[in-house]
Design a protein around this ligand. Structure first.
Ligand SMILES: [Zn+2]
Length: 360
């Protein structure tokens, strides 16, 4: 923030353990012309219920390079790396920071259904499992008795059981039986429960199989990663019209800076989770040779919920189909997914301390 120039660090409520004179401005020796330090002084304390704040008064303009919270005896050591900067660089940093702060406030104020307790420990992360298709929309079909909607529902139920068994998550399903749910409704369910993670479950089929097999993990992107991903997104996006609904792209092109900031962060986390899934699935079963791809899947478009679409395998591949209908395979695959979810939330909790997502 500028005028006066300062760095503000917001944190969850913190019990500060610092000497009582920490952060006080140093008295200037008599008769000397003061040369301001970068950090002139700092103060800290509770800022609002459940929130603490650190304010660093700058003697000279500086920008924050990174923050780290490192476990130390009896708590954490907070390290803020700063570099002295010229006025232009400082002004640019101020502008960026205030835009991010506004985006955060807007998101915090946005009506998002039943409020989650924000006291941290009591609130379990909410995972929304989205079994694709259902009801009138059967999805891909290997035969009249082997249909995507049933395979993905059975897997979703197994996954829900395993996630709930850990006691670490609250799990919500977008459909609880063989019913049709529009794509936009699936996204809305995730947003209404303030989901922390959205996992959409599907199974693919190719008219020209050529031995293609294995699980594939998709994230949303404006431009498809490859032709196959574009084809698949187009097909999955048709789910609404299969059921006779108008297939409209409700989100449209939003070019709002605040929206973009949130979406960028969400997409970074979606990528992180997809990569984690690839790693854990490698131990459980066949993974496609190009396992992480992206395209414009409508069901993954919640701007504030990290979302991944998991194609369990190909119903056009005899070996995949044989595996997908076996309860033993479901158990193993759900276990791999649960371990990936665990890893994701551990990673995320660690990054929350430093405020950094994996921005790749
Ligand atoms: Zn599908």
């Amino acid at each position: 923030m500028s005028s006066p120039d300062r760095v503000i660090v917001d944190m969850p409520e913190v019990s500060f353990q610092l000497p009582s004179d920490a952060g006080l401005a140093q008295p200037v020796a008599r008769g000397k012309k003061p040369v301001p330090k970068v950090v002139a002084s700092y103060r800290y304390g509770q800022f609002a219920p459940g929130k603490s704040r650190l304010v660093i008064d700058l003697g000279r303009p500086a920008v924050v390079l990174a923050t780290h919270a490192i476990p130390a005896t009896g708590g954490y050591e907070l390290i803020i790396e700063m570099r002295e900067a010229d006025q232009a660089a400082f002004a640019a940093a101020v502008k960026r920071a205030s835009q991010e702060a506004i985006a955060r406030d807007i998101l915090a104020d946005a009506p998002r259904g039943p409020a989650k307790p924000r006291d941290g420990s009591a609130a379990l992360p909410v995972i929304v499992i989205d079994p694709g298709h259902g009801g009138i929309d059967v999805g891909a079909q290997a035969s009249s008795s082997v249909q995507e909607k049933d395979i993905v529902f059975d897997f979703a139920r197994t996954l829900r059981t395993q996630l709930e068994k850990t006691g670490r998550y609250k799990v919500v399903m977008t459909r609880s039986g063989d019913v049709f749910v529009p794509l936009a409704q699936r996204v809305k369910i995730a947003r209404d429960v303030s989901a922390d993670l959205f996992i959409s479950i599907h199974a693919d089929i190719l008219s020209d199989p050529q031995g293609v097999s294995g699980a594939t993990f998709y994230t949303v992107s404006d431009k498809a990663s490859d032709r196959e991903a574009a084809r698949l997104a187009e097909k999955e996006n048709l789910a609404d019209s299969v059921a006779g609904l108008e297939g409209s792209d409700d989100a449209g092109d939003v070019s709002d800076i605040l929206f973009d900031l949130t979406r960028r962060e969400t997409r970074a986390w979606s990528h992180t989770f997809a990569k984690t899934l690839v790693n854990y699935w490698g131990e459980a079963g066949p993974v496609n040779k190009n396992p992480h791809r992206s395209a414009g899947f409508r069901v993954l478009k919640a701007p504030d919920v990290p979302s991944v679409l998991l194609e369990l395998g190909y119903l056009s591949n005899a070996r995949d189909t044989a595996a997908l209908i076996r309860p033993e395979w479901r158990g193993k695959a759900a276990e791999a997914t649960t371990r990936a979810v665990d890893s994701f939330f551990t990673n995320r909790a660690g990054s929350a301390a430093t405020g950094k997502a994996d921005n790749k």
